[in-house]
Design a protein around this ligand. Sequence first.
Ligand code: ATP
Length: 450
Amino acid sequence: MPDDAVTMEKIVSLCKRRGFVFQSSEIYGGLASTYDYGHYGVLLKSNVKAEWWRSVVQERDDTVALDAAILMHPRTWEASGHLEGFTDPLVQCLGKCKRRWREDHLREDTPEGELKCPECGGDLSEPRNFNLMFETHMGPVQDEGSQVFLRPETAQGIFVNFKNVMQFARKRPPFGIAQVGKAFRNEITPGNFVFRTREFEQMEIEFFVPPDDAVEWHGRWMEDRMRWYTDLGMRSDHLQLRKHGEDELSHYSSATSDIEYLFPMGWSELEGIANRGDFDLTQHAKFSREKLEYVDPGSGERFVPHVIEPSAGADRGTLAFMVDAYDEEEIEGRERVVLRFHPRLAPVKVAVLPLMNKEGQPEKAREVYTDLRKRMPAEFDTGGSIGKRYRRQDEIGTPWGVTVDHQTMEDDTVTLRDRDSLDQSRIAIADLGEELERRLAAPWTSPKTG
Ligand code: ATP
């Protein structure tokens, strides 16, 4: 089990207190397991997504970006197998509480024998396959012909665009298409805050390769994706790669490994990396009657590329980065809660605080802030004692604090405070922007490591 003092309750309460994430539709009593992201939550999740784009597109020359529509032609879901097979086995308590459960989850704790309701001990119904796709209608008439689905994954938007993209991007396998977007699943048992919700964001890559190279590329992507998390400061002893057993594999996959994080509730999936073979392109070719293959212009050789799919959750990732960053410590008899984010993930990079609300300090601090915010997300705060203002910044994970004080008014220097070491150094205002940019670009290791 996780070794730290961090619990999901603490994360939920910090998220609410500081406006990262809160219950959706709260004034109406909330809508079960849907959440809204407030200011700092939006900035944090945007940074997670931006780092993903940076790593999978900007810093490579074999992937391109795509943003496909959420609503897709209904045949898509026949071809992909979702209409038929995207189901979870649902059982309902026949006893007192009538709660619904996923049978496969209950089996994890009771591999053999009869299952009972974990809540009240009642008998359970026979399992029934429950399709997780949300259904809606397009146009004014609600009949079978107008039925469409909210996509349960972003991946299919990539497969149906394979041909388009390959032509426009002038790519040949091995190459990949990357996409970030919302997906919807009518989960039977959502829970653990934003870990499992019915509306969430995915960050997916479909990487198309010559069939003979699929195993090698699967290995490379597992390494690359693990490194992404650790490069962003996630502790490596809280990350693991778990290979799916034969009985766990989806119908299309010849091998899948999950990147798992040690959440407060135990090891849980962050990202799945699957070798999907030629299943998707073959299916869509069959249903659309389009040829979805690669033809070498020189040799005329043709093949249906195999697909490696690294599929990550933006909300789950954001939650994991929060859990990993959460820390409590006592400083001079006072407890402080601090989010030790990698500076590139931190919602705000620098806070500029006047020590006192007089002697021109607030005006000077505002000048420094106005200058800095052109370079990076910055905040200016005059409300409350300096200690209180720093505690607020610590709780949102701001890596650096700049204090404008009496001496600033004499020599144009400020104090620069480091969130983790609490070191304070004196620096000329003229050098501040460059110094912070240098720190932002430097490699970083979590002080919680070890
Ligand atoms: P699980 O076993 O947790 O239901 P899955 O194996 O069905 O997940 P995939 O279909 O592989 O998930 O989806 C890829 C990624 O999308 C997951 O690793 C996760 O990060 C994210 N994801 C999937 N379902 C949800 C959800 N209900 N809420 C939040 N994120 C999700």
